[in-house]
Design a protein around this ligand. Structure first.
Ligand code: DLL
Length: 436
């Protein structure tokens, strides 16, 4: 097996071959789910669709969507296709509102997941010789265990360090010779900060690749992390409802975008308003149907993540479709005085300005009937100790750039280095006080 592919045969298959595998798997899935999961059957009956109506991949569009609300209404195990005897693991995604979403895996699901993660790691350039420093959180979150099983499957050596205790992480990185860092991009920056404090030069470590995901991060943030940690940073995407991490992975010498492991996860892009399927290249909401999962398959699951799909063969040789970086979630989109703002756009503006640190928060408030947006951002040590003039100029520059690029007026608050709370997992970028 070549090191750049975990499964070359499937990853470079001409698309007609791939589509024929997808169709067979889709038909068998719909049959099984119709028989075994009442909420799916009821929705299909209401929509007037029967399993035998799925004759081609385009017939997928006849099926109703599944949303997080469907999963919540059937909390905790109501959407499983089988009894708990055959379920060997559950995970849950922390719901910020309402109940969490619970997902279940059979032994075969765990195997498929490990394979997908091994494919993701190979796609990111990992080999058996790597020392994988896994700083995704272990627990109900799928990041830690998902990455762990995949790295073991690949035959690499895993350090199951989980999130937190950054100083200890750096000592381990140094002593064990970690070559691949897996964490959220925001936690990777915390590690870079801690390294700086400890007076450790990242080029004295063995890190060569960072596999970062679980939250949106901009191209400017990529540059920042690459420079601060002296590694090549690639993006990994996934969500618990679909399997966890390892749904899509950016390849090391990417021509842009993350390869979706389409023989297992069938993607569509829809207009979030109308539900209409959009053409390749158009931006919209990503929807997934899982083709091989046993315990907890999903049909047309609306992720709320905004991206687009590209079907041209990649320079790496993979024929698997590529999804663009996720710019945000449709439910993360802030509407400030009528203007749509994604936190990632604010990040893009901030990271393009010298002296600004990659640590920020957006605070949204309502004053009377007016919504206000305050961007709180850390500035570098040197700037903070400089005269006031420099800070004033920087405040003006950020306000102007946000206005010019996003079309919205914001307040800017420059804060001391390390004033903004650090995350060990996913960073909280937005504090929306309007809801309270
Ligand atoms: O975050 C799974 C994961 C773990 C992915 C580790 C990558 C690495 P959930 O907690 O269910 O699962 O959150 C899923 O996180 O719908 C996106 O909104 C966001 N997300 C995940 N990966 C990315 C990414 C894991 N690369 C939700 N870019 C998804 C942007 C991402 N957003």
């Amino acid at each position: 097996m070549s090191t750049i592919y975990w499964d070359e045969e499937i990853e470079t298959l001409p698309r007609v071959g791939l589509e024929s595998i997808q169709l067979k798997r889709l038909q068998s899935l719909i049959n099984r789910v119709y028989r075994k999961v009442e909420p799916y059957r009821e929705k299909m009956i209401a929509a007037g669709v029967k399993p035998e109506d799925i004759r081609g991949l385009e017939d997928l569009q006849k099926l109703p969507f599944t949303t997080k609300d469907d999963l919540r209404e059937n909390y905790p195990f109501g959407m499983f296709t089988m009894g708990l005897d055959d379920i060997v693991r559950v995970h849950a995604s922390s719901g910020t509102t309402g109940k969490p979403t619970v997902v279940g895996y059979t032994r075969s699901d765990i195997d498929i997941w490990a394979n997908m993660m091994a494919r993701a790691l190979a796609c990111a350039g990992a080999t058996r010789g790597d020392m994988v420093h896994n700083a995704y959180g272990y627990g109900l979150f799928t990041g830690g265990l998902g990455a762990h099983y995949g790295a073991e499957k690949l035959g690499a050596t895993v350090i199951p360090v989980s999130g937190g205790n950054s100083k200890r992480q750096i000592t381990i990185m140094k002593d064990f010779g970690s070559t691949i860092l897996m964490s959220t991009p925001s936690y990777a920056l915390n590690l870079a900060d801690a390294m700086d404090h400890m007076g450790i030069d990242p080029s004295s470590l063995s890190l060569r690749v960072g596999i970062f995901g679980a939250e949106p991060w901009s191209e400017n943030m990529r540059e920042e992390v690459e420079n601060k940690l002296n590694l090549k940073a690639v993006d990994i995407y996934g969500l618990s409802e679909v399997i966890g991490p390892g749904v899509a992975q950016e390849c090391l010498n990417s021509s842009g975008g993350m390869h979706i492991f389409e023989d297992h996860f069938l993607p569509e892009i829809i207009d979030p308003e109308t539900g209409k399927v959009m053409a390749p290249g158009e931006r919209g909401e990503l929807v997934f149907t899982t083709l091989t999962k046993e315990a907890f398959p999903v049909i047309r699951y609306r992720t709320k993540d905004i991206t687009s799909l590209h079907y041209e063969t990649c320079t790496c040789g993979r024929t698997l479709v590529r999804m663009d970086k996720v710019t945000g979630r449709s439910d993360d989109m802030l509407i400030i005085r009528g203007v749509n703002v994604f936190p990632s756009q604010v990040e893009h503006v901030l990271m393009g300005i010298e002296g600004v640190e990659p640590h920020y928060q957006i605070i949204v408030e309502r004053e009377g009937t007016m919504d206000t947006m305050t961007v709180e951002v850390e500035v570098s040590d040197s700037l903070f100790t400089d005269e006031i003039k420099g800070l004033e100029a920087l405040t003006k520059r950020i306000t102007r750039d946000v206005k010019d690029i996003l079309g919205v007026t914001c307040r800017v608050k420059l804060v001391n280095p390390r004033a903004i709370q650090r995350s060990e997992g996913k960073a909280q970028r937005v504090i929306d006080n309007r809801k309270i």
